[in-house]
Each structure stands twice: as C-alpha cells, then as structure tokens.
Design a protein around this ligand. Structure first.
Ligand SMILES: [Zn+2]
Length: 408
C-alpha cells in the first residue's frame, strides 16, 4: 500500500510551487501558467501533496534556495482551485506521473503515457504520439482501481478540495454578465441555424451544456486534464459524464520566439491592434463557448482591423472594424481565436497566433494552445507555426459530493 498522501495549502503567490513545476515544463504548463497569471480572486487556493517549506526555516533561505528538486516526492499532485469564478474553469492540476518515465503509476493503471516527451532541441523530431484514444469507459469500468502513489496523491487533493474549498454563488452583477454571455450565444446560434440549418448544428452544441452547472456547487469544472489524472478520476467514479468537452484535445506547445515563423505583414487595409472594449460583444457572439465580459477584459489580446478611409464630410479620418482576434486565457493558452469568413484563407489565423505569442512572451519561452483532436483546420494553424502536440487533455466535470466520500 502506498503511503497515505496529505494535502497542503501553499502561499497564494505560488512562489513555493512554481519553481518545482518549472522543471516539468512543458507538461506542467497549464497549471504553471495559471499560477503565474496576475488575476487571482481572494478565493483562489494553491495546493499540493508536498508541504511548502517550513516558514521558520525558509526565513533563512534565499528564494533561490527554495526549489530543491531532490526533496520532491516522486509522485505528487498540485493544483490551482478557484470556485468563485464560473463559468471559467475552476481547477487546473498537475500529476507528476503525467511525465513519461517519472514513475510506474501510469503503466500500473494501464494508461498509455500522455504523449512523447522530447528533450530540448528535439522539438522538430517526428513525435510518435501516444494516443489515449479516448477514456475507454468499458475497459476502465471492468478494472479494479489500483491505488498507486499518484492515485493516492490525486485523491487526497480532490478530497481536500471537496471538504475545504467553499463554492461561492455569483454576485448579481456577475450573474448578469454570465447570463448575457448565454443570451449572446443563443442569439448567434438561432441566427446561424436559420441561415444554414445543417452546417451550423454541429458547431454549437455545447453552450447550454457549458453553462448548465453554473449554479450547482456539486459539480466542479477541471480544465486541460491529462490522461493519467483523467483516468484516475474516472476509475474512482468521480466524474460526471459526459465531460464538458467529450473529445480529447491536443495540448500544442510552441517555442517563442525561435520556433515561430517570421512575422508576416498584414495585407493592404488591415492593421494590428488590441481588442477594444466596444468589440467584446462581437467577440462573444462569435464564440461558441460563452465568455463573460469580465474574463475577456482580463485576458491579453490581439486583433486585426480593417481600416476604411473616411470622407471629409463625415469628419472622421477612417473607421476600423475588427475582422480577426485571439486571446491568451488564464492558463496562457490561445483562446477564442476567430477570423471573419471573408478574411479566411489568407493566412491571417497563423500570423495572428504567432503575433500574439510574440507580443506576450514568457521568460521560459513556451506558448500553449488546445485544439480538438481531428479539428483539421485548427491543427493546421498550430502545426503551421511550429506547434507540437505534447499530450491529449480533457475538460472534465467532477462530482463534489462523491469526492467528499473518498477514503484516502
Ligand atoms: Zn506516480
């Protein structure tokens, strides 16, 4: 039996966890970026199954001495949790066993590794992606859960969240923002269905589903969860099915700036800018996943504007209209990218994504994007600017009532 895992709260700065996660980049990238993002509410909590350094001992240590990799347990879980911020993702997590070769937990559970890890400098090597073809429900359900050390760590952390982290209902202002996001998507869907009844149906199935649990404290949303933790949550009966996004997503990683193609000029009549407040409703209408005004205002962005020369009579020199845009989400991932139909096929999506990554570089040199496996158009955009799929990840819903009953 593996040793009993315990979960600890780390300081809200993330300073005691970030240096440890850094050595697991790019696998730890979603959690690493979320911890480093400047936006954290008072309810945000940083957890791991190893303790932060003793504050008394740490007072003698310089920050540079904090990361002590040899003291890290081989198997551990770490997470960022914020249950006050729906419909945004409530939890990001990292489980050390996601890293191929770190421990035997994935193999013992019958999970194929999440993806090949190539060492620095081998980024362009042909990757033999290990396909977690799906969470194979039938096979998993027939298997006895095996409490490996990674499973023990993850279950301890989930139970801690279930018993200690409070869920916050929305304020009236926030609720209005969420409901408006839903109304905008509904209006868009209705118009699209009327115009192209067949073409659009498959594109917009998830907005209502995405908002379904907004008022339900018994369900928690996890983002970008790798195959090993996804499988453990599933094996222990903690998932609400279906997941938020049932299909696996590629976790594409990029090297900034060296791995990106050289910046291209925009065509005539187009110029770069940041997404303006006045464009946010258009952005929300074009996104199949409801986004709140507040969230989009916080995220960094890049936009392409079409400029038209004004007339003297109008008193304006020119007017401009957003024709393409993209954001960087809370975990630094490329989000809500959109190119208006009449501007497609000109390479704008690739130029825009690369420009956005260059504009907001991180000192570790990584950038991140998620793309539904099989979404050829978006896969081509990411691969066209040097993106490499490192792993498959899922967006999951966890049953918090069941989590409380975990016997760790
Ligand atoms: Zn392990």
């Amino acid at each position: 039996m593996p040793p009993h895992s315990k979960t600890y709260i780390h300081p809200s700065s993330g300073a005691t966890l970030v240096p440890h996660l850094r050595q697991f980049l790019p696998h730890s990238l979603p959690l690493y970026r979320r911890l480093n993002h400047s936006f954290k509410t008072e309810d945000a909590l940083i957890l791991s199954t190893f303790p932060p350094p003793d504050p008394n001992a740490a007072s003698h240590a310089t920050p540079a001495e904090l990361p002590r990799p040899h003291l890290l347990p081989q198997c551990f879980a770490a997470a960022f949790v914020d249950r006050s911020h729906r419909p945004a993702t409530e939890m990001w997590l990292f489980l050390s066993g996601e890293v191929d070769g770190r421990c035997a937990c994935a193999r013992e559970l019958g999970v194929r590794p999440t993806g090949d890890i190539v060492s620095e400098g081998q980024e362009d090597a042909q990757l033999g992606h290990t396909h977690v073809s799906d969470l194979d429900r039938a096979a998993l359900e027939s298997r006895e859960p095996l409490l490996t050390p990674c499973a023990s760590a993850l279950l301890s952390l989930m139970k801690f969240v279930g018993t200690n982290v409070e869920w916050r209902p929305h304020t009236a202002e926030r609720l209005e923002d969420v409901e408006r996001a839903a109304r905008l998507v509904d209006a868009m869907k209705k118009a699209a269905d009327e115009q192209h009844p067949e073409a659009m149906k498959s594109h917009y199935p998830e907005h209502a589903f995405f908002l379904r649990d907004v008022h339900n404290p018994g369900v928690m949303k996890l983002g970008a969860v790798a195959a090993l933790p996804s499988t453990i949550l599933h094996l222990y009966g903690l998932l609400v099915m279906p997941p938020i996004r049932d299909l696996a997503h590629h976790m594409y990683v990029f090297r900034v700036p060296d791995g990106l193609p050289h910046g291209r000029e925009l065509g005539r009549g187009l110029r770069w800018g940041k997404v303006r407040e006045q464009d946010l409703d258009l952005v929300r209408i074009r996104s199949p996943i409801p986004k709140t005004h507040r969230t989009l205002k916080i995220w960094n962005s890049m936009s392409v504007y079409s400029t038209t020369d004004g007339t003297k009579e109008s008193g304006q020199e020119h007017s401009s209209e957003a024709v393409a845009w993209a954001f960087l989400g809370y975990d630094g991932s490329l989000s809500s990218m959109h190119v208006e139909p009449e501007y497609r096929g000109k390479g704008i999506a690739k130029t825009l994504a690369a420009k956005l990554f260059r504009e907001y570089p991180e000192e570790d040199g990584w950038a991140l994007a998620y793309v539904g496996v099989g979404n050829r158009e978006s896969e081509a955009v990411c691969e066209g600017i040097g993106g490499v799929s490192k792993a498959w990840v899922w967006w999951l819903r966890v049953n918090m009532d069941t989590v409380k009953t975990i016997d760790t």
